[in-house]
Ligand binder design. Structure first.
Ligand code: DMJ
Length: 674
């Protein structure tokens, strides 16, 4: 190895050069390896001394140069580094505004949430918590429950889970192409109809306006409403005195009749008492429910009737009162009705033994009625939402999906029967909006509303059916040219219209209120006039069960003809129900006046002095309307309730943007109010 020392010794002429030597000899020296600080200092100094002056100057110059460069570069580069550092921190807080750029890990995250809590609250999986205590002012005030701390906690949890829902929803919305439904003139906004029907058990949507509503002054009850309260009290007196805890009052014989043996009238009337503010009556009835209502009975009940009256009545009372007793009872009856769906086609049987858990069709057929199997959905869907158990909704949704696909319809109009084995319509070719088909049409619209106007198939079927009505069933009578809905039997039109059809103007108006085509409202206006004439043209001012319209003008003949077999009146609600909707949506007082006439005629011809009201056999004979000795439960559940609501000017008294009435007038919440 070449060394500076060796080179200097070998060549006499001294030449200046720079060399750095790192030989072992240099390092170790005479004294061998010594790594002490003093030794190292000495050794360096010796080396430095051995360098020529030029070498030393060059080295010093290099050191000085490097030092100057270091200082300059530090001062000029310090700022940029500082800003880069700051910017990268800032970037973690705000997303760069570059269109199209998505950060894989979003820079902004929702405020930290406890994962478990959110999953636990995931609306599709968890049972619904008891609803926020009611804020319905009209109910008995001492039964109105103030929000507890628990409720406040639930609300907070609900709010935080909604953040997640909103994020998920926003994501979904981006992915889903927005669709517009257009059905012969009816255009539904995309946001009303973007998702296919699905089973979604949601947490209750608490109307945000509830608090604001509570601040408002209660609208005082007017004289007509007072008259309804009086009528209700009179009916209730008869029921209480002679039929307490039984299904129906027989007001003339001062006794009762039993259908299911489940206190049908009492349950049907619960929410009416709440709405009318009948505190004492409500409390008494509640006690009966708590102590006496048991479903563990060896009794056959009709699936449809017990669903709309009992399950529907319990659910709505639960919502209005917030009293969990009613939800418990609703769950019980709901579970006991489920065996009805165990059929080869999943189209439910008509009857269930709620004690034994068995179900069967009527003795003479394996058919079910179309209106019955398609008018239990609002109630079972709500039960799923409240319990978090999807089995109820699944069962009834399957029926709707199946019926949606069936052949045998006529421009959306359905036959009256469906077979529980084959799942096919039977008795094809007969189409009516009356008995056995009526509430199929009603529930198409109302389910669509209940579910937040997202289930397109329901809306399609409804719109198609109304077109079918217009095409095949609408006619005008003579001499007054009343628009009515007749029937079609194997291609032959019949000018027969059941009083039951008078639900239709109200349903059409409800659809129009919810954004459907305005000509539905026009049709509603024409039809409610007809329904009113079914009362006004009759001697007692009460409608018969069925009328036939005159298609040809004949001297001395009115529009309405009544056959002897059809001249009874069962205290039915449909016309009053539609009057209520018409008044709510138009504010036209004539609808209230028509309803007032009807109430007076009920009082005149059907009121029994010792308590209760009775159905009558002959609406054409004012001197002897032939009382039938029966007060149907729907007189308290529906007729008087709709009367009371019709006479009210308070749109918040069962707000139609928050509640949807089942076919027995039991209001159930709309899941996602507008
Ligand atoms: C009620 O039980 C219901 O309104 C049902 O939809 C039809 N019949 C009666 C009232 O008339």
């Amino acid at each position: 190895m070449y060394s500076a020392a060796a080179a200097a010794a070998a060549s006499p002429p001294r030449r200046d050069f720079i060399s750095i030597t790192l030989s072992p000899e240099d390092a170790v020296g005479a004294g061998g390896y010594n790594n002490s600080k003093a030794w190292r200092r000495r050794s360096c100094w010796r080396k430095w001394k051995q360098l020529s002056r030029l070498q030393r100057s060059v080295i010093l110059f290099l050191f000085a140069f490097l030092a100057v460069c270091g200082v300059i570069s530090y001062t000029s580069m310090g700022e940029p580094w500082k800003s880069v550092t700051n910017k990268s921190l800032d970037d973690q807080r705000t997303e760069p505004e570059i269109p199209g750029l998505k950060l894989a890990n979003p820079a902004v995250l929702p405020a930290p949430q406890k994962a478990d809590a959110n999953l636990g609250n995931y609306p599709e999986l968890s049972p619904q918590k008891p609803p926020k205590p009611p804020h319905v002012r009209r109910g008995p005030s001492n039964l109105q429950i103030k929000p507890s701390r628990r409720d406040v906690r639930l609300k907070t949890r609900h709010d935080s889970s909604r953040v997640v829902e909103e994020v998920v929803q926003a994501d979904k919305e981006e992915k889903t192409e927005k669709s517009v439904i257009s059905w012969r003139g009816a255009v539904i906004e995309p946001d009303q109809s973007t998702e296919p029907p699905s089973i979604k058990i949601k947490e209750p949507e608490k109307p945000s306006s509830v608090e604001a509503e509570d601040q408002k002054e209660p609208v005082p009850i007017n004289e007509r409403q007072m008259a309804v309260i009086e009528a209700f009290r009179h009916a209730w007196k008869g029921y209480k005195d002679f039929a307490w805890g039984h299904d129906e009052l027989k007001p003339l014989s001062k006794s009762y009749s039993e259908w299911f043996g489940l206190g049908l009238t009492l349950i049907d009337a619960l929410d009416t008492m709440w709405i009318l503010g009948l505190k004492e009556e409500f409390e008494e009835a509640r006690k009966w429910v708590a102590n006496n209502l048991v479903f563990d009975k060896n009794v056959d009940v009709n699936l449809f009737e017990s669903t709309i009256r009992i399950l529907g009545g319990l659910l709505s009372t639960y919502h209005l009162s917030g009293d969990s007793l009613f939800l418990e009872k609703a769950k019980d009856i709901g579970n006991r009705l489920m065996p009805a769906f165990k059929t080869p086609s999943k189209i439910p049987y008509s009857d269930v033994n709620i004690g034994r858990g068995t179900a069967h069709p009527p003795r003479w057929t394996s058919d079910s009625t179309v209106a019955e199997v398609t008018s239990i959905q609002l109630e079972f869907r709500e039960l799923s939402r409240l319990t978090g158990d999807e089995k109820f909704q699944k069962a009834v949704d399957e029926v709707m999906k199946h019926v949606h696909t069936l052949s045998g319809k006529n421009d959306g109009l359905v036959p009256m029967f469906i077979n529980t084995n084959s799942g096919q319509f039977t008795h094809l070719g007969v189409y009516t909006l009356g008995a056995r088909a009526d509430s199929y049409y009603e529930y198409l619209l109302k389910q669509w509303i209940q579910g937040g106007k997202k289930e397109n198939e329901l809306l399609e079927d409804y719109m198609r059916a109304i077109e079918g009505v217009k095409k095949h069933l609408l006619q005008r009578s003579q001499p007054k040219k009343l628009t009515f809905v007749g029937e079609l039997a194997h291609g032959h039109f019949s000018a027969k219209m059941d009083h039951l059809v008078c639900f239709l103007p109200g349903t059409l108006a409800l659809g129009a209120h919810n954004g459907l085509t305005a000509d539905h409202m026009k049709l509603a206006e024409a039809l409610i006039e007809t329904c009113y004439q079914m009362y006004a043209q009759v001697e007692t001012g009460l409608s018969p069960e069925i009328v036939h319209f005159n298609l040809h003008a004949q001297k001395g003949h009115k529009d309405v003809e009544i056959k002897p077999a059809d001249r009874h009146n069962l205290l039915r609600p449909e016309t009053v129900e539609s009057l209520f909707y018409m008044y709510r949506f138009t504010g036209d007082k004539k609808y209230q006046d028509w309803g007032w006439e009807i109430l007076q005629n009920f009082n005149k011809y059907t009121r029994v002095p010792t308590g209760g009201y009775t159905s009558i056999n002959n609406v054409q004979n004012p001197s002897n309307p032939e009382p039938r000795d029966k007060m149907e439960s729907f007189f308290l559940g529906e007729t008087l309730k709709y009367m009371f609501l019709l006479f009210s000017d308070d749109v918040d008294l069962i707000n139609l943007d928050k509640y949807v009435f089942n076919t027995e007038a039991h209001p159930l919440p709309i899941w996602a109010p507008a």
